[in-house]
Design a protein around this ligand. Structure first.
Ligand code: ADP
Length: 258
């Protein structure tokens, strides 16, 4: 019976993973489609064509990382955690997102140089951040500001987000968009919960972000207020602090501003 329960759990995880992969792949295809559409329209500008081709190549590399995840799941592989230089990662993301998310967004990155590296699977972290940024864009159809912030944080016992004591990096993705009502905020942790309609949303972005944060030994918190905007905070362990395997994942806190 135990084996069967483990099998059922694995099948459920596989279903969620497959949905997540469809979601991420869709983001990749959107980026490639946007770049190739622009290449057609800007064919007379060789420098622009080269840049757009580069962006399309980067998007397909992200696509390859996504399929890699399926393969590593099949091998029951854990996340491939390694030290990640966060300011460099965010600068790179800003350049990609500036093209894929449209011109009406102003994208800010606040990450002090010299920040200690965090320990996580870099490709997955990028995928999660692209998903969060895409949600932010969807919440700001008329444009607005998307801000990525990174800072070091030492969690003491009794941390408000339930984080185990230790050294973390706090990554925040904040938007000035529509925000969420308390009713929506209460349900966002559910896989497949979406307000975007069939074919537009999968309802997996936040569930996957939470799973990633917990598997990496951190946690995730969503704060949102209707009409004000949303802030998603990810805490991930610092690389130096995790010479031993990451601590067991604490319960995830998903709650509103009170
Ligand atoms: P999806 O984006 O496919 O709907 P998610 O799990 O990423 O799936 O998000 C679930 C729901 O949470 C969204 O449909 C939306 O209603 C809400 N949401 C997520 N991020 C934001 C945000 N930044 N601003 C406003 N609402 C959001």
């Amino acid at each position: 019976a135990q084996m069967r329960a483990a099998h059922a759990e694995r099948l459920q995880a596989l279903g969620q993973l497959a949905g997540g992969i469809a979601h991420d792949f869709n983001n990749v295809l959107q980026a490639v489609a946007a770049s190739s559409g622009l290449i057609e329209r800007r064919a007379e500008d060789p420098a622009m064509v080269r840049r757009l081709a580069r962006l399309a190549a980067e998007a397909t590399a992200r696509g390859a990382a996504v399929t890699q995840r399926l393969l590593s799941f099949a091998r029951r592989g854990a996340l491939r955690a390694a030290p990640v230089d966060v300011p460099a990662l965010l600068e790179g993301l800003r350049d990609i997102l500036a093209h894929t998310l449209g011109r009406s967004l102003s994208i800010r990155v606040e990450a002090p140089p010299g920040l200690p590296p965090l320990l996580a699977d870099k490709a997955q972290l990028e995928t999660v951040l692209v998903n969060l940024a895409t949600n932010a864009r969807d919440a700001m159809p008329e444009g607005g500001t998307l801000t990525f912030t990174a800072a070091a944080e030492r969690a003491s016992p009794g941390h408000p987000a339930g984080l185990a004591p230790g050294a973390y990096l706090r990554l925040q993705v904040q938007d000035s968009g529509s925000g969420m009502t308390p009713e929506v905020l209460a349900r966002i942790a559910e896989p497949f919960f979406t307000t975007k309609g069939i074919g537009r949303g999968t309802g997996l972005g936040l569930a996957m972000a939470r799973g990633f944060a917990e598997q990496s030994g951190g946690t995730l918190l969503v704060e949102s207020e209707a009409g004000e905007g949303t802030c998603v905070t990810l805490w991930l362990p610092q690389a130096a602090a995790s010479a031993s395997p990451p601590p067991p994942a604490p319960p995830t806190a998903l709650r509103g501003l009170t």
